[in-house]
Ligand binder design. Structure first.
Ligand code: GRF
Length: 208
């Protein structure tokens, strides 16, 4: 397993199922063709389980290899994803709106180099519709979390959290937009912390 810092630019893979705005933020922070000694990482591969995911088009427009993996079963998808990731010499895998739950064996294979972003202040509001959950709970504050992935859903050591207020009259849409702006800052920030070796998988754990 790679241990960070690598002493060379890391190859980053992004797994995405949809829109790809977090992918876009990572592409801006870690462009595929960046050069120079200060470069921490480059996005080199994008993988999707959806052929129509706009994330794939965003990757191609940025000159990054984009692979749709058309496998229905989790086992087949993960075998193909691992082959793609390992074949591209990837050091760090980022889940950016990736809507499939990964098996414990996949998660263990990439322990310490598998990151996820979630639109809540974990450990609050795991799972789908986190922003709606925050509104329904009457929270006054929300935000996003980038964390190492472990075997449980939306769980694992927290790398970065960014907070936003929940405002009177907020809808799921308005709150999601406010959180998304912070996501686009949080994900690159977390990747920088991991690639530079300042945060490791076992320093922080979410209390369940
Ligand atoms: C983001 O809100 C992310 O936190 C969640 O799914 C959404 C993906 O958005 N996991 P995008 O595809 O990155 O635009």
């Amino acid at each position: 397993m790679s241990s960070f810092p690598l002493g060379r630019p890391a190859a980053i893979a992004v797994l995405a199922s949809g829109r790809g705005s977090n992918l876009q933020a990572l592409l801006r922070a870690f462009p595929p063709s960046a050069s120079g000694e200060a470069v921490l990482g480059r996005v080199r591969l994008v993988v999707s389980n959806r052929s129509t995911a706009p994330a794939l088009a965003k990757a191609r427009a940025a000159g990054v290899e984009a692979r749709y993996l058309p496998y229905g079963t989790r086992e087949d998808f993960e075998a193909a994803a691992a082959a793609a990731v390992d074949g591209a010499g990837v050091d760090l895998v980022c889940l950016a709106g990736f809507m499939r739950i990964l098996s414990p064996s996949f998660v263990r294979r990439y322990r310490g180099r598998l990151l996820n972003i979630h639109p809540s202040l974990l450990p609050a509001h795991r799972g789908l519709h986190a922003q709606r959950q925050a509104l329904e709970a009457g929270d006054l504050e929300s935000g996003c979390t980038v964390h190492f992935v472990d075997e449980a859903v939306d769980n694992g050591g927290i790398i970065v959290q960014r907070r936003v207020p929940v405002l009177p009259g907020d809808t799921e849409d308005s709150l999601s937009k406010r959180i998304l702006e912070q996501e686009h800052l949080a994900f690159p920030e977390a990747v920088r912390l991991v690639l530079s070796g300042r945060v490791r998988v076992d320093v922080t754990e979410v209390n369940r």
